[in-house]
Ligand binder design. Structure first.
Ligand SMILES: [Zn+2]
Length: 299
């Protein structure tokens, strides 16, 4: 059994400018792991993150709309915040895409004055319903900062739920799509935003805000209580237009619409109309009325 931590030792842990190896030099009789755990319990450090704990930029960050968009967008996806019992709240995100993790870190860490790194690990091989699931790489981001106390209070009660003041700007939607979006483009084009933990009511609220941005989302109940927001055909192009270009090279495929385009056409009645598809469609008429009218004349 290890000796009880003394007040002097705990005082050393308070110096959050020091990394765990540096703390270990001052506390050689304690292992780096026990230093990490004790400091974490005291709210001074978490998982080796030698974050500068001064909260001098706390108010600036709360006013920083770019930062707010990033965090709100990531929280719509798989990002989460845990409330520190004694320290600050911690934002954490785990994903399988290295480029994305590094991009997000390059955006968030400087704003937070964080010295933490992207942590790499692999999942253990396991089986689901007898099917072998091979190990997969995972990249983890973690930041403890006073500013996340504010995000926690907005987003958790205590289950994660969508804050009433969420604003689905293009930046928020970009991060939502980066974190939890997908695209398929066989037969038809379809972009999706996943919302795995939100209720139907919450997802409807998100969809109605997207409609105000002149987007055309459709909600699907993917499986029991899991809702997905879909954008079909040209509405998928509208979504990609809204969120802007992909900032992560390794996620470019999610912007690949396989040549799905909108074609400007003129009907025989003289009216201009748009048609969309992977190839220029045979569609000649602006409406079924025109189709009937002109086809009949031809026969
Ligand atoms: Zn017509």
């Amino acid at each position: 059994m290890l000796k009880k931590w003394t007040d002097d030792e705990m005082k050393i842990l308070q110096d959050t400018h020091k990394t765990i190896p540096e703390l270990h030099m001052l506390l050689p009789h304690r292992s780096p792991e026990s230093i990490r755990i004790k400091a974490g319990k005291l709210g001074h450090l978490r998982t080796g993150d030698a974050l500068l704990r001064n909260s001098s930029n706390y108010l600036d960050l709360l006013e920083n709309s770019q930062f707010k968009e990033v965090v709100d967008g990531e929280l719509l996806g798989d990002g989460c915040i845990t409330k520190g019992s004694r320290g600050y709240s911690t934002f954490a995100l785990t994903c399988g895409n290295k480029g994305y993790a590094e991009y997000l870190h390059s955006v968030m860490a400087p704003l937070l004055n964080s010295k933490s790194k992207v942590h790499y690990r692999t999942t253990k091989p396991h089986s689901i319903n007898g099917k072998y699931i091979s190990p997969r790489p995972q990249y983890c981001l973690r930041y403890a900062h006073k500013v996340f106390d504010h995000f926690y209070d907005r987003w958790y009660s205590p289950k994660k739920c969508i804050p009433s003041d969420i604003e689905l700007t293009s930046g928020v939607c970009l991060h939502w799509y980066l974190g939890d979006g997908s695209i398929t483009s066989n037969r038809t084009l379809q972009a999706r935003l996943s919302t795995d933990s939100f209720t139907e009511k919450e997802v409807e609220r998100l969809a109605s805000q997207l409609k105000q941005k002149t987007l055309a989302p459709k909600i699907a109940n993917e499986r029991d209580g899991i809702y997905i927001v879909h954008f079909f055909g040209k509405h998928a192009l509208d979504l990609l237009d809204y969120i802007g270009p992909c900032p992560v090279e390794s996620l470019n495929y999610r912007w690949n619409t396989s040549g799905y385009s909108i074609y400007n056409k003129t009907c025989r009645c003289g009216r201009k109309f748009k048609s969309s598809g992977f190839v220029e469609s045979w569609k000649k008429y602006c409406s079924s009325e025109c189709q009937q009218k002109f086809k009949r004349r031809k026969n």
